[in-house]
Design a protein around this ligand. Structure first.
Ligand code: GLU
Length: 468
């Protein structure tokens, strides 16, 4: 039996959850969830100057919006500093690391001389093999003994084998003179202790992998499967940045994109499964694998995102959509729905959810059910309510009073009325849309009547029939 899969997302809490981070989290989540594995969350908060609790909260919120649930407690890297130091001390005790007393000035001088002589400027510490009896009473750092010949091969599942000559690696510092562990050590110790089997992260970390492997090797720990994924670019092929539009995952929530559509789109951003564009979470979990991750940067395409979002809204569960729309309104700083409006929205959902790519689009269609009497008309709707139209509505209203309010019955009454007027139903639709929704573009007149019910429908028709 193979070991259970354990993945992790390890953001640094220095800002919101950006699109790239959200995609990294999603890939790790999909990989674990599709294999009955675990998806862990570690906050890399060792950089005390740049890490903030607000950023951690924003990241957690972004993940929660995207529905990327993690297993177990959120781990703080900073809180594990003692354990990181313990590993450095173990390597020291085993002779795989050493105390280095070189001062910053000495290191600078070494580099300058190397530059002048045209040699590699990688610092080579004179303390690597020094006799402890020669140790001065001075502050020191602990450095790992990097391999000096041969090569380190990172077997990356996306990039292939990446070979780095060991003479390019220096004896990296593990523990600073004040006893604090460096980031590179913290990552390795945490990944090992958390039992991480697969590290899926941005390819800006590929260089780190070579240095991290030194620590795995020195500790005799199993190296995880690496998968360094290309960064996301904007539509112009340049690295994604603010100038391409929204960067924060939650900005997309506030713009009214459904989380399911966002997941679908982010999954396709750099990963593919044949020609499949639209898929459910269950399919994504079943299909997601490392082989499907492309080697070149994916381009962010708003049109595709909107298109997929529309398809997810269309298949969404009515109650779940209502719930998500209510959360969207909060995120967007819009007024909340009343209980009655929420209930109405849910009842109407069946006729709102096709052809709405975002929640604002859906809410525009939902105007008829959210509006209170007297329904306010926009300009186009007002035009549809001319004198002739109002006269027609006053004539029609009594005829609807006895309708049984089934779709068939309503159709029969309206068609019969149109015929008697010597016109077509189409001619009635404009004034009815204006009367019921105050808009010229709405769901079907029958759907609106069915959702509103007889009392509200008749009241709105009478309101509209009154002389302007
Ligand atoms: N904290 C790093 C970042 O936010 C990720 C480190 C890792 O995944 O190993 O870029």
């Amino acid at each position: 039996m193979t070991d259970p899969v354990v993945t992790r997302f390890a953001p640094s809490p220095t800002g919101f959850l950006h699109i790239g981070g959200a995609r990294t989290a999603l890939f790790n989540w999909l990989y674990a969830r599709g294999r009955g594995g675990k998806f862990l969350l570690r906050i890399e908060d060792t950089d005390r100057a740049r890490s903030t609790p607000e950023a951690t909260a924003a990241i957690l919120q972004g993940l929660s919006w995207l529905g990327l649930d993690h297993d177990g407690e959120v781990i703080s890297q900073f809180e594990r500093a003692d354990r990181h130091a313990e590993v450095a001390l173990q390597l020291l005790a085993e002779g795989k690391a050493y105390k280095c007393f070189s001062t910053q000035e000495e290191i600078e001088a070494f580099r300058e001389q190397a530059r002048a002589e045209g040699k590699s400027t990688l610092f080579r510490s004179p303390w690597r093999d020094a006799d402890p009896s020669t140790f001065p009473d001075m502050p020191y750092v602990i450095r790992i003994k990097a391999p000096q010949d041969g090569a380190t091969v990172i077997r990356d599942r996306v990039q292939g084998d990446v070979t780095i000559r060991n003479d390019q690696l220096d004896d990296m510092v593990l523990l600073r003179s004040e006893g604090t562990p460096v980031y590179m050590l913290a990552v390795v110790v945490d990944d090992h202790d958390m039992g991480v089997t697969h590290v899926i992260r941005g390819d800006d970390h590929l260089n780190n992998a070579a240095r991290q492997m030194m620590i795995y090797d020195a500790m005799g720990w199993t190296v995880p499967v690496w998968a360094h994924i290309p960064l996301i670019h904007g539509p112009d092929g340049k690295k994604l940045s603010k100038r391409h539009g929204a960067l924060g995952a939650q900005e997309y929530q506030a713009m009214g994109y459904p989380a399911a559509g966002m997941r679908n789109y982010l999954a396709r951003l750099g990963w593919s499964h044949g020609d499949d564009e639209f898929f459910t979470d269950a399919q994504a979990q079943e299909w997601f694998d490392l082989d499907g991750i492309g080697k070149s940067p994916a381009r962010f395409d708003m049109k595709k995102l909107e298109n997929l979002c529309g398809q997810h809204v269309a298949i969404g569960d009515d109650a779940a959509l209502r719930h998500e729309i209510e959360a969207y309104l909060v995120a967007a700083g819009e007024p909340a729905l009343t209980q009655g409006q929420g209930d109405g929205l849910e009842r109407a959902m069946y006729c709102l959810k096709d052809r709405a790519r975002t929640f604002p689009e859906l809410l525009e269609k939902a105007r008829f059910v959210l509006a209170q009497r007297p329904v306010e008309c926009d300009e186009k709707a007002l035009k549809a309510l001319d004198e002739e139209a109002r006269a027609m509505l006053s004539e029609l209203t009594p005829q609807l009073q006895n309708a049984s309010w089934s779709r068939d019955d309503l159709e029969a009454v309206l068609n019969g009325f149109a015929e008697a007027q010597g016109t077509k139903f189409g001619k009635l639709a404009g004034p009815l849309r204006a009367a019921l929704a105050g808009r010229a573009v709405t769901p079907s007149v029958f759907d609106m009547m069915l959702v509103l019910g007889p009392e509200e429908t008749l009241a709105r028709l009478m309101d509209a029939a009154k002389p302007a």
